[in-house]
Design a protein around this ligand. Structure first.
Ligand SMILES: Cc1cc2nc3c(=O)[nH]c(=O)nc-3n(C[C@H](O)[C@H](O)[C@H](O)COP(=O)(O)O)c2cc1C
Length: 397
């Protein structure tokens, strides 16, 4: 079950050109299980039709304080019932009204009548965005607890380019999830590794493995949603989850350097598939068929830096390893946990369908140093991430 399942979201759409992108945001929220009530301002109705939102949302669009005879108290009902109010896109006008508390329409009275989190996605031309009045209004409402989804730099209406473009729909949804998630990792630094390391044979060839990084990415996304500062050390090109600081690496040695350069992690989740062996003497030129017989590629062991992390673990840090096994899942994983002095290990049987490398799903056993085991049946990798971080957060105390 995701953070959005069953949540009542009022989606306020105001009069910016980017209102068309709110259609996609609406669709994604509904797909993720939220109950979406769209509210459009008169300005928004000039930009996109209400029919589209009504067709995609969970309820027909509401537009006015006075045109709904079936709802006797329309100005407060939606705000009181909401789990979250999202304003996307947010014009300079609504940002100003949120600051002053001026209730001139159905959306503003809904915002004033809610105790739920409010998420605001500004979108406007660069000149408007940079206005001190707009920036000051945003500062004030952010300090009062409104979450601001920063706009991006890029193409704007009318052929202009600059800051002020509405954040991508996936980014908006990630911020909504974050606003609906308990921040039990606030103030914590979570370090996650992801992907299979790539050990060079020559300048164009590598030895690698089937890891796609999906499980590590899911852990990083979940940790950010729970309020953590997150560093993701990754070998894969997949764009990093929203809010996450990314460090790109290729080899096991690169990964070791990147991980060891971070000395303030509260939780380390080693989800990467780090090579056990690498070519001992990579060629400095591309090996060619015409060089003669197929080359012998002698291998040497890589350094197991997870052992070092276990040895040097500072007090209070939680160290999480992963074990991809094909037999005696719990026995092998438990032995690895003890050998590497981990606090917990997430074991998966990668010979099973839907489990491990490349899938969006996983089935794992979370084993703790005290011997306790939790079986997580086949589910979305984000759900697995949630369970892993639940256990790690408990250990932080
Ligand atoms: C074509 C067009 C595009 C506009 N785009 C934006 C915009 O992106 N951001 C913004 O703050 N205002 C924009 N405006 C101005 C708002 O529509 C105007 O301030 C309006 O009063 C906002 O009303 P509302 O906040 O009730 O929707 C645009 C106006 C027009 C005519």
């Amino acid at each position: 079950m995701g953070a959005l399942t069953g949540k009542r979201i009022v989606l306020g759409v105001t009069g910016g050109i980017a209102a068309y992108k709110a259609v996609e945001v609406c669709r994604r929220l509904v797909e993720a299980g939220a109950h979406v009530q769209p509210v459009m301002t008169d300005g928004a109705l000039e930009m996109v039709g209400a029919t589209t939102f009504s067709a995609l949302a969970s309820e027909p669009v509401k537009t006015s304080l006075f045109d709904d005879p079936e709802t006797p108290i329309p100005h407060t009902r939606m705000g009181q019932a909401a789990d979250l109010v999202l304003v996307c896109p947010a014009t300079a006008r609504i940002i100003s009204d949120i600051r002053t508390g001026r209730s001139a329409d159905l959306l503003m009275s809904t915002i004033l009548a809610t105790r739920a989190p409010v998420v605001v996605c500004p979108a406007m031309h660069t000149e408007m965005w940079e206005q001190p009045a707009v920036q000051e209004n945003l500062d004030v409402i952010e300090r009062r607890g409104v979450s601001i989804v920063p706009p991006e730099r890029g193409r704007l209406a009318g052929g202009d380019t600059g800051d002020g473009r509405l954040a991508d729909p996936a980014t908006v949804v990630a911020h909504v999830e974050r606003a609906l998630t308990e921040h039990d990792l606030a103030g914590r630094h979570v370090l996650v590794t992801a992907g299979g390391t790539r050990e060079p044979i020559d300048p164009v060839r590598v030895i690698s493995n089937k890891s796609t990084g999906k499980q590590g990415y899911a852990v990083a996304a979940e940790a950010w949603a729970r309020g953590a500062r997150v560093t993701l050390v990754t070998t894969v090109e997949t764009p990093e989850p929203v809010g996450v600081h990314r460090v790109d690496v290729q080899t096991a040695a690169d990964m070791q350097r990147a991980v060891e350069s971070i000395d303030d992690a509260d939780i380390i989740v080693m989800a990467a598939a780090v090579a056990d062996f690498r070519p001992a003497d990579p060629a400095d030129h591309k090996l060619k068929k015409t060089d003669g017989a197929a080359p012998e590629i002698p291998l040497e062991k890589t350094h197991d830096f997870l052992v070092d992390l276990g040895e040097k673990k500072p007090d209070g840090q939680v160290l999480v390893g992963f074990a991809a096994e094909t037999d005696d899942l719990v026995g092998n994983a438990r032995a690895k946990l003890e050998r590497k002095k981990l606090d917990l290990i997430v074991a998966n049987d990668v010979s099973q369908p839907g489990v491990g490398f490349g899938y969006d799903t996983n089935e794992v056993v979370i084993i703790q140093a005290d011997g306790s085991c939790e079986h997580v049946p086949l589910t979305d990798k984000r759900d697995v991430a949630r369970r892993v971080l639940d256990t790690a957060a408990n250990k932080l105390g």
